[in-house]
Design a protein around this ligand. Structure first.
Ligand code: DOR
Ligand code: ZN
Length: 350
């Protein structure tokens, strides 16, 4: 059966600065192999994407290597409110890191958050990494500034229930959940392999996410590749590769009756398109066999991460082919799109 080309609003492509973990050629190959034809890249690179020159550099790198369509977020810093807002139409959104994570972009002071909440145009996506009580504070700030806000990788029961209450109140809040927070719990993976931000949570949290599916606007992989060498260490960097495994995992949930296709497809395409203003790609689709089975293994993957937290998992639902603008870009396990064939989302504006 045919699904639309999928959109991932949350990936880390590691260029510039850490191309041993991933680069645009490998990361976008992983995207296509997973059915994602449009990806939105996070700004916590080295250097971080915080001004016009670094945005330009990111676009140059992606332009040469990306095989799928791509957009780039900018990162909120201590003194770049004006700079990022002048670039608002050239990027896909502004990301605020309000809690501890990988990279240099954390903002501690609420007055700094507020400056960005006020300065960033109201019609452009604003995304926060905010956990627990920080998430509550971010929702309050969206209410005070009367603006929309997208909450990245929601992972706990208390968060999803708070978001339900905020939505019920009419606040302009949207949110995403990752496959790893839906399919894994703390303790499933030994040592550094299980490190992620937000952390993997309890079964109670996982159950609450599934029970409150109607509150979840999109699924996002938070594809955060770190190499196997790095993840083997006990003090490993946080994050999981996820582009190639997301759709097979979700289709398996469909085959088990835990999820309906009607619940899945909008969260991987139309809802995401609407929230982030991502353009439609003509003649673009993903051909899947819902009954075929496979097992997840790092050996089949295109990401430089070289490992997966879902190793050995049996899945039902296989991606046969991906067509982008009428051209087959993934077929029989091979990525066919060359580096540089992907297009910049919002190219019209740059
Ligand atoms: O686990 C994570 N890894 N969470 C983040 O927020 C950042 C990401 C990364 O860039 O590795
Ligand atoms: Zn992330």
């Amino acid at each position: 059966m045919r699904l639309p080309g999928l959109i991932d609003p949350h990936v880390h492509m590691r260029e510039p600065g850490a191309s041993h973990k991933e680069d645009w050629a490998t990361g976008s190959a992983a995207a296509l192999a997973g059915g994602f034809t449009q990806v939105l890249a996070m700004p916590n690179t080295h250097p971080a994407i915080v001004d016009e020159p670094s945005l330009g550099q990111a676009y140059q790198l992606a332009g040469k290597k990306a095989r799928c369509d791509y957009g780039q977020y900018m990162g909120a810093g201590l003194d770049n409110v004006r700079e990022v807002s002048t670039c608002a139409e050239k990027c896909v959104g502004l990301k605020l890191y309000l809690d501890q994570t990988y990279g240099p972009l954390r903002l501690d002071e609420m007055s700094d958050w507020l400056a960005h909440f006020k300065g960033w145009p109201k019609n452009r996506p604003l995304v926060v990494h905010a956990e627990g009580r920080t998430l509550a504070a971010a929702i309050l700030m969206a209410a005070i500034t009367d603006r929309s806000l997208h909450l990245a990788h929601v992972s706990t029961r208390e968060e999803i229930l708070l978001i339900r209450a905020a939505k019920k109140r009419g606040l302009k809040i949207t949110c995403e959940v990752t496959p790893h927070h839906l399919f894994l719990t703390a303790g499933d993976l030994p040592g550094g392999r299980g490190e992620g931000r937000p952390r993997l949570q309890t079964q109670k949290d996982v159950n609450a996410l599934w029970e409150n599916l109607d509150v979840i606007d999109c699924f996002a992989t938070d594809h955060a590749p770190h190499t196997w060498e790095e993840k083997k260490q006990t003090d490993s960097p946080p994050g999981f590769p996820g582009l190639e495994t997301a759709l097979p995992l979700f289709l398996t949930a469909v085959s088990e009756g835990r999820l309906r296709l009607d619940d899945l497809v909008p969260r991987l395409s139309s809802n995401t398109r609407r929230i982030f203003g991502v353009p439609v790609q003509p003649e673009t689709w993903v051909e899947v066999d819902l009954d075929a089975t496979a097992s997840i293994t790092a050996a089949m993957m295109f990401s430089k991460a070289g490992w997966t937290p879902f190793e050995g998992l049996q899945t039902r639902g296989v991606i046969l082919k991906v067509v982008l603008r009428g051209i087959s870009v993934f077929e029989d396990g091979q990525v066919l799109a060359p580096p540089g064939s992907g297009r910049l989302i919002r190219q019209d504006l740059v």
